[in-house]
Ligand binder design. Sequence first.
Ligand SMILES: Cc1cc2nc3c(=O)[nH]c(=O)nc-3n(C[C@H](O)[C@H](O)[C@H](O)COP(=O)(O)OP(=O)(O)OC[C@H]3O[C@@H](n4cnc5c(N)ncnc54)[C@H](O)[C@@H]3O)c2cc1C
Length: 457
Amino acid sequence: MIKKEVKKSLIKAIGKSKVFDEKEYLITYSYDATRVEYLPDLIVFPENERDIERILKIAYKYKIPVTPRGAGVGYSGGALPYNRGIVMVFTKMNRILNIDTKNFIAEVEPGVVTYELQNECEKKGLFYPPDPASLKTSTIGGNVSENSGGPRCFKYGVTLNYVLELECFLVNGDKIKVGSNVIKDVAGYNLKSLIVGSEGTLAVISKIILRLITLPELRVLFRVDFKSLSAGAEFINKVINSKIYPSVLEFMDRSSILASSKYMEVSFDNDINASIVIEVDGNEIEVKERKNRFIEVLKDYEILNYEIAETEEEQEELWKIRRNISPAISGLSPKKINEDIVVPVSKIPETVEFINKLAKEFNLLIILFGHFGDGNIHTNLMVDPDNPEEMRKSEIVLNEIFRYVISKKGSITGEHGVGISKKSFMKYQFSNREIELFKQVKRVFDPENLLNPGKIF
Ligand SMILES: Cc1cc2nc3c(=O)[nH]c(=O)nc-3n(C[C@H](O)[C@H](O)[C@H](O)COP(=O)(O)OP(=O)(O)OC[C@H]3O[C@@H](n4cnc5c(N)ncnc54)[C@H](O)[C@@H]3O)c2cc1C
């Protein structure tokens, strides 16, 4: 428990309206989207860099753990206070400081919601592509700390590809700047790449400079339905190799579409066992050509049905099915163990088959969907935590899946991060020596293990 003296110091340093230890606050900030609970001792809401510095200095003096938090919609427990202490919530540092149309950069505070930044950029004809499905809630600070991806990352790359510069605070309250606001910069070690995706364990990010690109003139979205799961999975490679240059290549299995259709109260064709969502973008000529070429590809392939969404409204409707899968399937069982494994795209069909075989063998409902264009398969084990047999089986299945993914030269996580939930699987992807190196890096930044302790390893 934190001493009264600490709370007093914090209130004196940043003001009463930014420090809370009432039970309702502690409970609210003890969760993220993993639905695991770790209770903090204190919640603080910095409103500027001076607040961050003062909070960190006080926490460092009293050796209290600090866990940075954005919107708390992380899927690996990254924002949870594993060792209690202070949760530093960034939702009040949510200003877009500048969108520079001459240099194609945006300067933002970490609490800016991803979707809001995208909208503001679009108003100026600019595009910030990283688009996690949680974009209407998640913050840029959270996205940077998890190196988030999303459907459009297939063509445009992940968050790291858009981070130019970060202003950060080290655990003792010292301020640093990593990267720079120009695209080409090879001076010194690349600390920016180390901090992006470090899950709040190395530094607290206070300002972010992002690279923007020109907004594509047009977008067209397709949904293609398949009678068989394997036909859908195989189609991914076909599309990648047919010079359509899709900006999105998303996959949904039968259970995902069924659940999302029910959730949205729209009809469902009972013959569907897989669907692919494909987007092409570009200028008018490019989009027309890519659309026609795609329709030609479809003729050579055994599909059940397809639809095209040309207007913004039609596209929004189609996206809703994909984006509502997560909340929709959450209602199917008391617990959803949500993994985001990655395999090389050529291995997708066999991986899907492998997981389905395991599901049948262990009599578990495993729902598959996700960013298959870059090999990122969201694998959801639907279980009941009060059923010990089901939990035992799910543990065996998870271990099998992770071993398989690594044997195919993939990764245990493509975008959700390791946090708390994937710590025990790190040994499949990294040697002891490699994990020891991670720990050494952590010690350089945070010798006393106070910044978001208990995460990654
Ligand atoms: C329905 C749903 C769909 C999702 N879809 C996707 C998807 O398509 N792609 C994807 O990549 N993820 C997805 N996610 C996961 C999640 O939304 C992302 O990881 C997102 O980036 C989390 O943002 P957040 O603001 O909620 O961060 P939080 O969950 O609050 O925090 C995430 C991590 O960032 C750290 N952090 C936050 N702010 C700072 C800061 N200022 N300085 C230092 N560290 C900080 C925290 O300590 C924590 O480790 C999804 C989640 C949900 C619930």
